[in-house]
Design a binder for this molecule. Structure first.
Ligand code: NAD
Length: 500
């Protein structure tokens, strides 16, 4: 079962410090690690393009075995007490913390993201996810137990009604590559907390930290089959085998909106409930009364953190006309000055992002900063980096302004009135996140609720409290995660009526 270091990427000391250390990905089914099987695919480090390992591709039989194991574990785990579950979640959090550096290494190896980002956000948040749900369960056991209501039933007699929350059953969790462990555990923790058993499939691009998590869970010793992990691709492969499985009771998915559509189609066959966190094309609105430096710095962060590969990143910036030219100049200067940024996740994603850089120019954009591929003069030139890019001059209807790029790109356009700013921000098929920059308190309160997004930040970005509702509207998702919202999705209230 042990973690096996495959290789550190070849190359100079500089490259080794940024590529991390891969682990050997394995399925975890019915309490056993399985990496045998014919089909495998290479694991590529996006910093320098080096192959750092290989990933087993789960076939239908492996997926069936994982779902069957989860079904078999349901009575033991779903029937366990809140105290037992909360204690197990805490032990998982402790187990990840005890191997913190290994998790950071593995996340860096798979994603190429800067080490300090993985060490300050991804891994601590994953630990926090388990602790947050342990706290919620342990501190608020009524969420998992009952409420009692003495009542009158249709005039035929008195009754005592109460409701219990039951787990949904076997939950399929399918997650993306951009925040691999954070987003996986954001679903695994509440799913387990509510008494479900889990079959998880991380992105094919980022299998390593999920494998380490399975090792931690194995050591914690949950009932065999409570947590299962399978690796592989999505459409026509492990992801689809899992989400189309007739014995899966619910699907929690984070990824592209188009994938959400595909999953919803197959889920419809069995009326399987879904919770979806999907794509975005997030706006920022900058009013002339904003703290200029704070707004520029905040927009640099919101557009370019993790090279724009966070679903919450800003890709559309609307700036009040009187400060538009100054703002564009400062944002461009800031983008050109960025160093130490990571690559796109894959060659294919790099090519997609570059195709949008080209498309933007064809659509008539002025390139203020970036727009191409950086030259480092070292191993990174074999990786999948693109330049942080600031554009202006596109119409609201341009594809670059409407479609999610999911890279380090933002387009800045002017507006004249508050109403126009809100209308432009809302003119999108997506509605995940938005930022508003203003020093006018009344304006902040007036504008924020009018913006059609699941989360609106005022004078900040990506400031998160795990108890608050998180999710998107329109094509950005279905349902809300976070705190009790996740527990509500992962359990169902059942009414019990007793005649008196
Ligand atoms: P993706 O949709 O390509 O893949 C996500 C997962 O779905 C992977 O595990 C993949 O193997 C699987 N998958 C793909 N096709 C499938 C199918 N037909 N059936 C079952 N599973 C399938 O997304 P990605 O490229 O990994 O991630 C980037 C996207 O995720 C962006 O659109 C981004 O905005 C979105 N995202 C959203 C949030 C959020 O909270 N709203 C968070 C992170 C990322």
């Amino acid at each position: 079962m042990a973690t096996a270091t495959v290789t550190a990427a070849k190359g100079s000391a500089m490259a080794r410090s940024v590529v991390g250390k891969a682990v050997r990905p394995a399925h975890y089914v019915a309490g056993e690690f399985r990496s045998v099987g014919a089909a495998r695919f290479p694991l590529v480090n996006p910093v320098d393009g080096a192959v750092v390992g290989e990933v087993p591709e789960a076939d239908r039989e492996t997926v069936d075995a994982a779902v069957a194991a989860a079904r078999a574990a349901l009575a033991a785990w779903g029937g366990s007490s809140v105290e037992v579950r909360a204690a197990a979640l805490r032990r998982i959090a402790d187990g990840v913390e005890a191997r913190f550096d290994e998790f950071v290494d593995a996340e860096v190896a798979d994603t190429g993201k800067p080490r300090d980002l993985a060490a300050s956000v991804d891994i601590p948040r994953a630990i926090g996810n388990f602790r947050a749900y342990a706290d919620l369960l342990y501190g608020r056991p009524e969420r998992a137990h009952s409420t009692a209501v003495p009542g009158w039933s249709g005039g035929t007699g008195q009754a005592l009604n109460y409701s219990v929350r039951r787990p949904l059953g076997v939950v399929a969790i399918v997650s993306p590559w951009n925040l691999p462990l954070l987003l996986l555990t954001w679903k695994v923790a509440p799913a387990l907390a509510a008494g479900n058993t889990v079959v998880a499939k991380p992105s094919e691009e980022t299998p390593s930290t999920a494998t380490l998590l399975a090792e931690v869970i194995h050591e914690v010793g949950l009932p065999v089959g409570t947590f299962n992990l399978i690796h592989g691709h999505g459409a026509g492969a492990a992801g689809e085998f899992l989400t189309a499985h007739p014995d899966v009771d619910a699907i929690a998915f984070t990824g592209e909106s188009a994938t959400g559509t595909a999953i919803m189609r197959v889920a419809a066959e069995h009326i399987t409930p879904v919770s979806f966190e999907l794509g975005g094309k997030n706006p920022a609105i900058v009013f002339a009364d904003a703290d200029f430096e704070q707004a520029v710095a905040g927009t640099l962060r919101s557009a370019f953190t993790h090279s724009g590969q966070i679903c919450l990143c800003t890709e559309r910036v609307y700036v009040e006309r009187s400060i538009h030219a100054d703002f564009v100049a400062e944002l461009g200067r800031g983008a050109r000055a960025l160093t130490g940024y990571g690559p796109m996740i894959s060659a294919a994603h790099r090519d997609k992002v570059l195709s949008y850089y080209r498309l933007a120019v064809e659509e008539g954009a002025t390139v203020v900063a970036g727009g191409g591929v950086p030259a480092f003069g070292d191993e990174r030139d074999r990786g999948f980096h693109v330049e942080p890019t600031v554009l202006t001059g596109l119409s609201q209807g341009a594809r670059t302004v409407r479609e999610e790029v999911f890279g380090p790109i933002c387009h800045v356009a002017p507006f004249d009135t508050e109403d126009e700013a809100v209308a432009l921000a809302n003119d999108s098929p997506y509605g995940l996140a938005a930022t508003v920059w203003t020093r006018d308190l009344s304006r902040a309160h007036r504008v924020a609720p009018r913006v059609a997004a699941g989360i609106v930040w005022v004078n900040c970005w990506n400031l998160r409290d795990l108890r608050t509702p998180f999710g998107g509207i329109k094509a950005s998702g279905i349902g809300r995660e976070g705190g009790e919202y996740s527990l509500d999705f992962f359990s169902e209230p059942v009414n019990i009526c007793i005649a008196i």
